[in-house]
Design a protein around this ligand. Structure first.
Ligand code: NAD
Length: 296
């Protein structure tokens, strides 16, 4: 296990959802002290349960030892306010994909975190430059975009805002390395690289469903067997979260002003229904039984 980057012993993670708990997991596993915040204790309890389960899987696969798992859990502190972020060297914001929410989180954090702390957002699509400019340190602000599931996926996209300085970028490259992951650098344009390519493909799959070109099953089967994708696009949409997919399409549509990025009305309808995918128990598949069942 590699050791933490020296100037960042403690990492504050905001949001304990799908991404936040994975981010807390990998930092703590690689020796960082982690403080993870969410709005309510039950969300934090659920996040710790997920981390415990995922560490258990890593033990079974002989990737880590029982002792490493114990040490990882002991390094994570769960909080419902931000006071414990007072000595964080790095903040990773992983709350829901809403710009107003993210900006208000950073404005609440600024009086608490040390002046030299690096601020990052795990946003999938929101402008890093715009988020950075709402803080007092745009030069120490970056996009740190983990992939889902965080403990498994090797890539982290690093996105510099227009004002991000070289020192911050170099430090964050080292941080990614210290987590045993690989960095790919992306310029700060809507949705960066992975989601700029991936989410319009998912949106197109929803259009093929909407237009009756295929069923949920046939679309997913076609892309798995026909394009060698490990997951079908609708299965993947449920895995990412349909609200997140829709938010990314809206950012592409607004940010690039090209009609090819218009979100499929069926995707909008699923989000309006609260059928957000796996995390809600239902999306393009219903996950409440033993086997996922297509909902159309
Ligand atoms: P999620 O809905 O699972 O989790 C978001 C969490 O943030 C929730 O637990 C919520 O209670 C919490 N939260 C909301 N307001 C908060 C606040 N003020 N303080 C603390 N916590 C707060 O969402 P997610 O899938 O984990 O996505 C989080 C971020 O990561 C988004 O910006 C998303 O775009 C990005 N992202 C998601 C994926 C993915 O595949 N899901 C991949 C990469 C990046």
């Amino acid at each position: 296990m590699s050791s933490p980057v020296p100037q960042i012993q403690k990492v504050g993670v905001v949001g304990a959802g799908q991404m936040g708990n994975g981010i807390a997991h990998v930092f703590a596993l690689h020796g960082y002290d982690v403080v993870m915040s969410d709005l309510e204790q039950p969300k934090l309890d659920a996040a710790m349960e997920t981390i415990r389960g995922n560490l258990g899987r890593q033990i079974r696969k002989e990737m880590i030892t029982e002792a490493e798992s114990e040490a990882t859990l002991a390094r994570i502190l769960c909080v419902t306010d931000l006071d414990a972020f007072g000595d964080a060297g790095l903040v990773v914001e992983a709350a829901a994909e809403r710009e107003d929410l993210k900006k208000s989180i950073f404005s609440n954090l600024l009086p608490i975190v040390p002046e030299k702390a690096i601020l990052t957002s795990n946003t999938s699509s929101i402008s890093i430059t715009r988020l950075a400019s709402s803080t007092d340190r745009p030069e120490k602000f970056m996009g740190l975009h983990f992939m889902n599931p965080v403990p498994v996926m090797r890539l982290v996209e690093l996105i510099r805002g227009i004002a991000t300085d070289e020192e911050t970028y170099a430090t964050m490259k080292n941080v990614v390395k210290s987590l045993g992951k690989e960095a790919a650098s992306a310029e700060d344009f809507p949705a960066f690289i992975v989601n700029r390519v991936l989410v319009p493909m998912i949106n197109e799959a929803v259009y093929t469903l909407y237009e009756g070109v295929g069923t949920v099953k046939s679309i997913d089967k076609a892309m798995k067997l026909g394009a060698n994708h490990p997951m079908g696009p609708l299965e993947l949409a449920d895995f990412i979260g349909l609200d997140t997919c829709l938010a990314i399409m809206n950012v592409l549509h607004d940010g690039l002003a090209d009609t090819k990025y218009r979100p499929c009305p069926l995707l909008v309808k699923y989000v309006e229904a609260g059928w957000l995918g796996r995390k809600a128990g239902r999306g393009f598949y219903d996950y409440r039984g033993d086997q996922p069942v297509p909902t159309r």
